[in-house]
Design a protein around this ligand. Structure first.
Ligand SMILES: [Zn+2]
Ligand SMILES: [Zn+2]
Length: 173
């Protein structure tokens, strides 16, 4: 379930449509974004990552980034670069080896159990994606606690420097 916050600058009317979290389209979305990243749409870091980690993945949580230079606010995907969990990979390998050897300890396991171990995919963070401002190209940082900052009136309007406030809240899936 995602949450949407329509935020507005009281002074100049600048509006930011901040959707946060992940929706129901998650698996397909990740697939699409991985393809985009492989093609280099997200720059060299992402392209190289998949060259070195073909089994890698990314997270697609909706977040808001803030440019360290011009203060531009952007709703983006967090795009953390993930690699398969080593422990799970090892378990899978042990199981596959055991089955291939014909070891009864493994071959006697129920089929659905085997399937669940083979298909499980758990990833751990490998590296954070370096976000860049789409306006000026400078480094942008994800605002980890957007809602908290919003309520503390710490989100500053990139247009006029005024305070941005929550204007409307909606849920989406
Ligand atoms: Zn403003
Ligand atoms: Zn910028």
């Amino acid at each position: 379930m995602g949450r949407g916050y329509i935020c507005k600058c009281e002074k100049c009317g600048y509006t930011l449509n901040a959707s946060l979290g992940s929706g129901m389209i998650y698996p397909q979305l990740i697939k699409d974004e991985i393809e985009n990243m492989k093609k280099g749409h997200y720059g060299e870091q992402g392209r190289k990552f998949f060259e070195e980690h073909p089994d890698g993945s990314i997270s697609c949580e909706r977040v808001v980034s803030r440019c360290t230079k011009c203060g531009n606010l952007e709703p983006v995907y967090d795009l953390n670069l993930m690699i398969p969990d080593h422990e799970i990979e090892q378990k899978r390998q042990t199981l596959m080896d055991g089955i291939n050897r014909g070891d009864p300890k493994f071959t006697s396991l129920p089929e659905d159990r085997v399937k669940s171990i083979i298909e499980i995919k758990r990833c751990v963070l490998y590296e954070k994606y370096d976000h860049h401002c789409s306006k000026c190209g400078s480094k942008a940082e994800i605002i980890d606690e957007f809602i908290k900052e919003l309520r503390q009136e710490k989100i500053i309007c990139p247009e006029c420097g005024g305070k941005i406030k929550e204007y409307r809240f909606l849920c989406w899936d």
